[in-house]
Design a protein around this ligand. Structure first.
Ligand SMILES: Cc1cc2nc3c(=O)[nH]c(=O)nc-3n(C[C@H](O)[C@H](O)[C@H](O)COP(=O)(O)OP(=O)(O)OC[C@H]3O[C@@H](n4cnc5c(N)ncnc54)[C@H](O)[C@@H]3O)c2cc1C
Length: 456
């Protein structure tokens, strides 16, 4: 293979070719045991020039590539759809600069978000996007998926914190999308074009991030309800009272029970729903707001309220929330996490519909969501080696996604489309955007070599 010899010249020993090494890079968190395609090679570039040189070689030989970070996406974004070279960024994991005066950080793509925040913590700074698995997932992955997480209600998602990107385009050209300035409307906003593009338009090799001062205090409240309706009503009451909590997450009874079964944390399993409400800001404000919040919760028919008094108690509650996914993985061999978003007013109706469709197809579902954003994550526990269950799950997904679209919602709020939701994309973008997006893809990746068959 001539292209391999050329890649060897660029990457030296930072290249994998043995079948047993390649196998690892054929999988990601998304669950679909079928049609596993091994990479032709995995390359580990050390800098932007090497990424550009790799892309030029692949272009010359018409070999597709799949950019990959930690592979924790839920949409099959790093799965191979044809024989391709995987470009892995583990050797581009440096925090280049943290500039406190200008409130920016410059990072390479494989910086882990949790590690970045540990460094920022020392300077009382904060990068809010939190894809819930922040001990693992990277800036590059978060940019490609426009990841959100539990803090988006107050702080927004990844796109709100990207000031400038260095990108290697499909022909190997290196560009910057903007300058390292807090405001810049000089030309089109092409930074935003690349955020959420799922690695299909170019390869991100460096990012300038917007930082904010770290809130002095963060305190969580757990509020239990006897019905989903009361929990949803409470979400509205909180917002209408002028609060913008940093987190406003909801867990249903199945999720509470599953967490308690596998990762016991003392959650109350006889309640229909629990809201996790985090307030942050100056210490004195948070204490004051916690008291008012408690009054709102009582008026909203909360049946049990637990308020963290310090960081240890806060962490304990977060541990419960973050363990939800791993708890569900213990129910069955596979877990598929979906990510629909609906108007906030339709949350209860939507959760009921998810339960109805799931029981119709005999599939276990544990539902949680970022209630403040109308973003619902049903976690489906499945055995995909069971042909019947697999067929039923496909029918379930069809019903779920078309239902979400029919009530004014859509396919994904923060996990992306990848290969698993692309069959619904045209219907979801039925307001004229689909054709334009396809044109942009064809313009920027003429040979369809950059993460091909994702999204479209
Ligand atoms: C337990 C769990 C909880 C989660 N909770 C949330 C949540 O609450 N909110 C949320 O938003 N997400 C959540 N996620 C999903 C999360 O968005 C992804 O896991 C994460 O952002 C992906 O990061 P990664 O480093 O693993 O990237 P990968 O999975 O390796 O890649 C993700 C995508 O980015 C592309 N890519 C990677 N690097 C580059 C690059 N340098 N240039 C161009 N493209 C690139 C890949 O091709 C792929 O399409 C959760 C995931 C898990 C496992």
């Amino acid at each position: 293979m001539d292209f391999v010899n050329e890649l060897k010249k660029i990457c030296g020993s930072n290249l994998l070719l043995k079948k047993e090494d390649l196998y690892v890079y054929a999988h990601d968190t998304s669950q679909n045991p079928d049609n596993i395609i091994l990479p032709l090679a995995v390359v580990f570039p050390r800098n932007t020039k090497e990424v550009s040189d790799i892309i030029k070689v692949l272009n010359k030989y018409n070999v597709p590539c799949v950019p990959r970070a930690q592979g924790t996406n839920h949409c099959g974004g790093t799965r191979l759809t044809k024989k391709s070279v995987v470009i892995h960024f583990s050797k581009m994991d440096k925090i280049i600069e943290i500039d406190k005066n200008n409130l920016i950080a410059k990072v390479q793509p494989n910086v882990v978000i949790g590690d970045l925040n540990k460094e920022l913590d020392k300077l009382n700074l904060f990068f809010p996007p939190d894809p819930s698995n922040l001990a693992v997932s990277t800036i590059g992955g978060a940019i490609a998926l426009c990841a959100g997480g539990p803090r988006t209600f107050k702080y927004g998602n990844t796109k709100d914190y990207i000031i400038n990107l260095e990108v290697v385009l499909a022909d190997g050209t290196i560009i910057e999308t903007s300058k390292d300035l807090a405001k810049n409307v000089t030309g089109y906003n092409i930074t935003s074009l690349f955020v959420g593009s799922e690695g299909t338009l170019g390869i991100v090799t460096q990012a300038t991030l917007k930082l904010i001062p770290k809130p002095e205090e963060r305190l969580l409240t757990l509020s239990y309800f006897d019905s989903l309706e009361n929990a949803a009503k409470c979400v509205n009451n909180i917002i209408n009272s002028g609060f913008i909590p940093s987190t406003l997450d909801l867990l249903d009874n199945n999720t509470i029970k599953t967490i308690e079964r596998f990762n016991p944390c003392g959650l109350l399993t006889d309640k229909e729903a629990v809201l996790l409400i985090e307030l942050d800001g100056f210490k004195s404000c948070v204490k004051y707001e916690q008291d008012i919040l408690k009054e709102i919760l009582i008026k909203s028919d909360a049946v049990n309220i637990v308020q963290a008094k310090n960081q240890e108690e806060n962490e304990e509650i977060w541990r419960a929330r973050r363990s939800a996914y791993s708890a569900v993985t213990q129910l069955k061999p596979n877990v598929v996490t979906e990510d629909i978003v609906v108007p906030k007013s339709k949350i209860v109706e939507c959760i009921k519909k998810i339960n109805e469709i799931s029981s119709k197809y005999g599939i276990i579902v544990c539902i949680m969501g970022h209630a403040g954003d109308g973003n619902i994550h049903p976690n489906f526990a499945l055995d995909l080696s069971n042909e019947n269950e697999k067929i039923n799950f496909e029918k379930l997904k069809d019903e779920l996604f078309y239902y979400a679209i029919s009530i004014g919602g859509t396919l994904s709020a923060e996990h992306g489309i990848g290969m698993h939701k692309k069959k619904y994309l045209k219907d979801a973008l039925n307001y004229g955007a689909f054709d334009l997006m396809l044109k942009i893809k064809k313009l920027l990746d003429v040979k369809n070599l950059i993460n091909p068959d994702k999204m479209f």
